[in-house]
Design a protein around this ligand. Sequence first.
Ligand code: ADP
Ligand code: TZD
Length: 615
Amino acid sequence: MLIQPCGPKIRLSSTETPPFFKELMLNKTNPTERDKAMLTATVEHSANTTAGETPLTDGFHLVIDALKANDIDTIFGLVGIPITDLARLAQAEGMRFIGFRHEQHAGNAAAIAGYMTQKPGICLTVSAPGFLNGLTALANATTNCFPMILISGSSEREIVDLQQGDYEEMDQLNAAKPYAKASYRINKAEDIAIGVARAIRAAVSGRPGGVYLDLPAQLLGQSIPALKGKESLFRVIDAAPKQIPAADTVMRAIDVLKSAKRPLILLGKGAAYAQADQEIKDLVEKSGIPYLPMSMAKGLLPDTHPQCASAARSFVLSEADTVMLIGARLNWLLAHGKGKTWGNHLKKFIQIDIAPTEIDSNVPIAAPVIGDVGSCVNELLKQIASVPKPSPEWLSAIKEKTDKNIAKMEETLSKNPSPMNFHSALRVIRDVVKANPEVNIVNEGANTLDYARSIVNMYKPRKRFDSGTWGIMGIGMGYAIGAAVVSKQPVIAIEGDSAFGFSGMELETICRYNLPIITVVFNNNGVYRGTDVNPTGGPDVAPTVFVKNARYDKMMEAFGGVGFNATTPQELMDALNQSLTSGKPTVINAVIDETAGTESGRLTNLNPASTATKK
Ligand code: ADP
Ligand code: TZD
């Protein structure tokens, strides 16, 4: 029996291919990349093989080989018992391992990578606490329909199950279940390829989501004959198969559109995820129907497109009589499809979604079209010529509203108060993004999020990543790192000072990998604003208040990055342009008037008010 060492220490020079392998390769006239990937584990382990012994492989190698066989080339994670050698091996085998300072941010990076690429992003963590830190990101990915796989090492099953107090003891599989689309544990080395395949399929097929994959420590060390390991490896075929909508559902949707007087298309991040950019553009333009992008669908068509109704959002939501949702849910972000936001008119909804159970979740849907966005839009396109163009009255009413609101906004944006407010600072970022449309935007905060969403136009798809379905704080640096690693394009992270604090330590990660990320901290001295006072007059500041005049730029300098303190729009503009040119990790501390923000940004109404004191 061979002793199984693990990790890169046992790498074999490629010339040492064992004889039985040469035989295998000879039988292949044209070995594919996959064949080569499959061979890795065996070749590695043959290093210590002496004549006559059966070459072995182990769980470590099989996990990496199974991921590689499925074109997964990056792992976001944080090392420790029992997965340090797994991370080392991933790197030694040519994968990129991006190590974080906290698992939540590694998970967020993986999730956004999944959203951008349609390949599940991989997050690797240690057991119990590391797993739980990653679980927040997994739950957020599931909530947002992003494909990701959280792979966590776990402690000894026999001890965990009897609750005998193991190191980092936790029943992780069951803890993950309520927050994941699917959860699996692999117990045997020969099942690793199947386990990885199940995780990939679950993450990307149908409605994408987060998948948990539990790898007990003893699995990683398990050895099996190398040939058996090789034979177990495979590439998942058609992990996210097309889902063609039934013809009658398409015709029903067309009929509803035909009877519409004031139609509207609503694009959600499911539409952006689908990468059916051309089809969606054709549908919008051929139908002539005005459209509204949800925040992460901004840029699917440029926000400056003549049919974009964003500047007349309230008007079109309340006045439209027929709304076609494409990859968008009628959740709180759309006031559940009813109430004041949606006006007094009876609406007819058409909903394109891959998840049949999404239909009728909040209001009755007149025409559900179930399938993947690309296929559904394609089918609709075949019939769209039969749908009359929207009435000139509807279009001119929207144009009038849009022109008026844009003019009003321009007036507000043109002011230069001192200190800066959200508008004057965001005007600068708007102009910089217009000049550099390839830039990725990450955005979180309350006021910082709400204002940036409406002020900063996007021009390209899947370039805007924000607090999303949960309205979560803490995605900032994780998403920024994921976006920079995947796109290899610059990122501007527009961060409230509170929001930034959740992931600020990842500045070190950004510097370590020298990523072109510019973090702009909208520093107004607190959560929402910095002016609240402690009504008791005691020494503690109010719950929303931070240290006054903090210098977040100095944090970046501590790690060797570049810091700017910007107190005027011109300083902010210069800092942004310099950073984009240099490509260096940068933090810009943008000094914002501490009185400028409102409570909860535009969500003030979601704060519960006491019925006891309500007048
Ligand atoms: P937004 O927040 O932008 O409104 P949501 O996250 O609420 O978007 O909605 C996204 C919707 O898109 C989900 O209901 C999801 O099932 C759906 N979806 C995701 N991917 C696809 C796809 N490829 N085809 C069709 N629908 C999809
Ligand atoms: N914790 C988590 C994980 N998510 C949240 N959404 C919150 C807390 C509550 N919260 C918001 O909804 S916005 C926000 C918090 C703490 C921060 C707002 O302050 P900011 O932005 O400085 O980031 P503005 O621009 O000053 O409003």
